[in-house]
Design a protein around this ligand. Structure first.
Ligand code: 5GP
Ligand code: ZN
Length: 101
């Protein structure tokens, strides 16, 4: 999606460093961290929110990506958060999983 900030990041338009990436997702640091480690796991495919995600394989791959990136950086204890919808605090309408450690 051309006017989506996370699609632009995924396409490398801002030169954002990826902490981890695979076929399904990229992981980068949140610009406004709420914890010492605050990562965003973002599917390469543009999906507005969890409510629009229908691909069950991708659902699994996103959680697997959380496990893989935290293992890679040695983060054993962390919280995950998905804001779904404006009222719940979703600000960027490209699905992402917050990883807070
Ligand atoms: P939401 O509130 O939609 O669940 O979370 C969006 C998150 O994206 C926020 O924590 C915000 O700090 C982060 N964010 C917004 N724009 C950018 C950006 O351009 N780069 C990065 N790295 N994070 C961003
Ligand atoms: Zn997008």
């Amino acid at each position: 999606m051309t006017d989506c900030i996370f699609c632009k990041i995924i396409n490398g338009e801002f030169g954002t460093e990826f902490v981890y990436e695979n076929e399904y997702a990229v992981v980068f640091k949140d610009i406004n961290p709420k914890a010492p480690t605050h990562l965003l796991v973002v599917p390469r495919m543009h999906v507005e929110s969890l409510n629009e995600l229908e691909d069950k394989k991708l659902m699994g791959e996103l959680l697997q990506t959380v496990k893989d990136v935290t293992k890679k950086i040695g983060l054993k204890s962390y919280k995950t958060l998905i804001n779904t919808g404006k009222e719940a605090g979703q600000e960027v309408f490209h699905l992402h999983i917050h990883v807070l450690g």
